[in-house]
Design a binder for this molecule. Structure first.
Ligand code: NAD
Length: 264
């Protein structure tokens, strides 16, 4: 296979179904010749992930709950046994109690704060350390974040606080692994209708607002994110690390939108 990712092996974490951002990324990587392994959380998701993996010629579908150290170790033991080394990883995982993705941030409970930080932030660090140990020839890592890390967005609440910490961890990991020629970046994606997003209050309104107010005047697709991920995971971005790259139709640059119609 010829392609940007030919001969490269990578792990995709966070594929739940064909609406997942991880699927857009996996398709772009598969198209460019990458060999892919997938991890899924819980037996119920395996039957969804198996056929998607098969579509991209992958039979490596492995369980991993990132909230459980032994489960993360199990995943990397299995990868070390079958592949030995890795070239890239994609972390497309986040979680918070959806009852707290509405209403006030101020009402976040300690338990949900810690759970959200554990699954949505620490998991990337836990996975990155194990993946780096399998990248003797260098590699690339990518996680997914959202504008709610930088600015207050409706209902994003504790997830915004977690994404801010995730973005900071991208910078620290970039420094830790840079001398091993391992690059670490994030994509800040605009709103996309996925399973995780459906837990956020007023998500349809948020999508409509982004569509009307972004410079491109449309929402981004899984494939928009997939193609940018391909750039960040491939040698095309060889000089880029510690970066949070916005794939959001330009929404993050707008202070106030001009009136499209001549009279208000
Ligand atoms: P999704 O529901 O398809 O994916 C979320 C994934 O997280 C699922 O596969 C789920 O199994 C996994 N997960 C949750 N808890 C886990 C655990 N303990 N162990 C292992 N896996 C676990 O939704 P998505 O929107 O594709 O989310 C992927 C990433 O993109 C998330 O980090 C999300 O915050 C981020 N993101 C999403 C949007 C959006 O609008 N959809 C925008 C910006 C960023």
């Amino acid at each position: 296979h010829r392609g940007l990712m030919a001969g490269k092996r990578g792990l995709i974490m966070g594929l739940a179904n064909d609406k997942s951002i991880a699927w857009g990324i996996a398709k772009a990587l598969g198209r460019e010749g990458a060999d892919l392994a997938f991890s899924y959380q819980g037996e119920a998701l395996k039957k969804r992930v198996d056929p998607l993996a098969a579509q991209l010629g992958s039979t490596m579908v492995l369980p991993c709950d990132v909230g459980d150290e032994a489960s993360v170790d199990g995943l990397f033991d299995a990868l070390a046994e079958t592949w030995g080394s890795l070239d890239f990883i994609v972390h497309a995982i986040g979680f918070s109690d959806k009852e707290q993705l509405r209403g006030r941030y101020a009402d976040t409970t300690r338990d949900n704060f810690l759970l959200t930080m554990d699954i949505s932030v620490y998991s990337f660090t836990a996975v990155a350390r194990r993946a780096a140990a399998m990248m003797p020839a260098g590699g690339t890592m990518l996680t997914l974040t959202y504008y709610g890390a930088e600015r207050v967005m409706p209902h994003y609440n504790v997830m915004g606080v977690a994404k801010a910490a995730l973005e900071a961890s991208v910078r620290y990991l970039a420094e830790d692994f840079g001398k091993e020629d391992i690059r670490v970046n994030a994509i800040s994606a605009g709103p996309i209708k996925t399973l995780a997003a459906s837990g956020i209050g007023d998500f349809r309104y948020i999508m409509k607002w982004n569509e009307l107010n972004s410079p491109l005047r449309r929402n981004v697709t899984q494939d928009d994110v997939g193609n940018s991920a391909l750039y960040l995971l491939s040698p095309l971005s060889s000089g880029v690390t510690g970066e949070v790259h916005h794939v959001d139709s330009g929404y993050h640059v707008v202070g106030m939108k001009a009136v499209d119609a001549p009279d208000i």
